[in-house]
Ligand binder design. Structure first.
Ligand SMILES: [Zn+2]
Length: 388
């Protein structure tokens, strides 16, 4: 398969060729004129001028012509063993020096020897040129530099449990810490500090349960439990919480706080029991055996591996912005639907007694917005509320 020049290689060529929009001859002995990013040939004539866009265009057409030679075993016998950096350097070289020089550079040489010999090609018209010395040195440096390694997938992957101090009990067979019997552990036990630390949703979705788990409900002995159904139909169970901060029917996003860690239900101490069930009905997907659950860590890893293909994860800055906006929306929701504040009570009480066209001017004080309370208070202080 024919290899292509990387952006770093294109940038290297651009940097050294420079861009000139009027035809020129770097050395007077050259047969043809040069224009743009070192485009040379019979199509360039004396006095010719082009635009920057045309120069870019010429470069885009010229680079593949150079690549053909670097991809050819006839010119570069070691072509299949070149790193991307070495490939880029040879494209830059052939672009600058032509295919015959490429052939002589690579003939009977190992990759290491090519790297050493490249700096000898620093003459034009029989003279050493400073520009060529610099260019060959830059090419040699890139040639000997190992390719940048892509970050291994494992490391770049979202680590679902990074906020937690420890995973105290994995998924699978274990001796139950309270019952002291051998039992299948259907989730993972995680501990966050402090003991009432915030528990955030590992995956977004719809809240199906957010209270103490009743016996027989599918969450008996789970204590205060939040259950969230994701877009694939799996149910994420957060058990033994001390409190919940979401409501049934609410849509939550990944990272949103759903409650606080606790030790409700049958629990040996403050921890989060996190379980992923394959279904959400009946009984919230509860099964007596391990058949109804999946290994949470693996589930999250594959869930996010597919997610990331569709959507780039947020950068730190984007995440900060997102969190700030989320908080702002929550704050706005609060002031748009708030109980009557202390400072407005007197005004509101008075306003309630006021009748307008036979009906009370305001018939409720519950869930007004901040602005409504403020307006009523201002009107009251201005003496606008008078019993008629
Ligand atoms: Zn557990």
């Amino acid at each position: 398969m024919a290899r292509k020049t990387s952006q770093a290689g294109i940038d290297l060529i651009k940097r050294f060729e420079g861009c000139r929009l009027k035809a020129y001859k770097p050395v007077p002995t050259e047969k043809y004129w040069t224009i743009g990013y070192g485009h040379y040939g019979p199509d360039v004539t004396e006095g010719m001028t082009i635009t920057l866009a045309q120069a870019e265009d010429l470069l885009r057409k010229d680079i593949p012509e150079s690549e053909v030679f670097v991809n050819s075993k006839k010119y570069v016998p070691v072509t299949s063993q070149l790193t991307q950096n070495q490939f880029d350097v040879l494209v830059s070289f052939v672009y600058n020096c032509g295919q015959e020089n490429l052939k002589s550079l690579c003939k009977d040489r190992t990759i290491a020897q090519i790297g050493q010999a490249i700096i000898k090609y620093n003459k034009a018209g029989g003279k050493v040129l400073g520009g060529l010395v610099t260019r060959r040195a830059a090419e040699q440096a890139l040639f000997n530099k190992p390719d940048a390694k892509p970050i291994p997938k494992e490391e770049s992957m979202y680590n679902p449990f990074k906020d937690y101090d420890k995973l105290t009990s994995p998924f699978g067979m274990r001796i139950h810490p309270v019952h002291k019997t051998r039992k299948f552990h259907k989730g993972v036990d995680l501990v966050i500090s402090p003991s009432n630390g915030e528990i955030k949703a590992f995956v977004g979705g719809e809240v199906l349960h957010a209270k103490e788990g009743a016996t027989g409900s599918g969450f008996g002995n789970y204590g205060i439990t939040v259950a969230i159904k994701d877009d694939k139909g799996y149910l994420h169970v957060y058990a033994h919480l001390s409190s919940v901060s979401v409501k049934v029917g609410q849509k939550v996003v990944q990272g949103q706080v759903v409650g606080r860690q606790g030790s409700t239900g049958i629990s040996s101490g403050p921890h989060l029991h996190y379980e992923v069930r394959k279904a959400s009905t009946p009984s919230f997907g509860y099964t007596t055996t391990e058949d109804g659950v999946v290994e949470p860590t693996q589930y999250l890893k594959s869930y996010y591996a597919t997610e990331q293909k569709e959507e780039e994860p947020m950068t730190k800055e984007e995440k900060a912005l997102f969190d700030a906006l989320t908080k702002r929306v929550t704050d706005l929701e609060k002031i748009h639907n708030m109980d009557c504040p202390e400072w407005a009570k007197e005004a509101v009480e008075t306003a309630r007694k006021i009748k307008y066209q036979g009906k009370p001017l305001i018939d409720t004080v519950d869930g007004g917005s901040y602005d409504v309370y403020r307006l009523i208070t201002i009107l009251y202080r201005l003496g606008k509320f008078k019993q008629s």
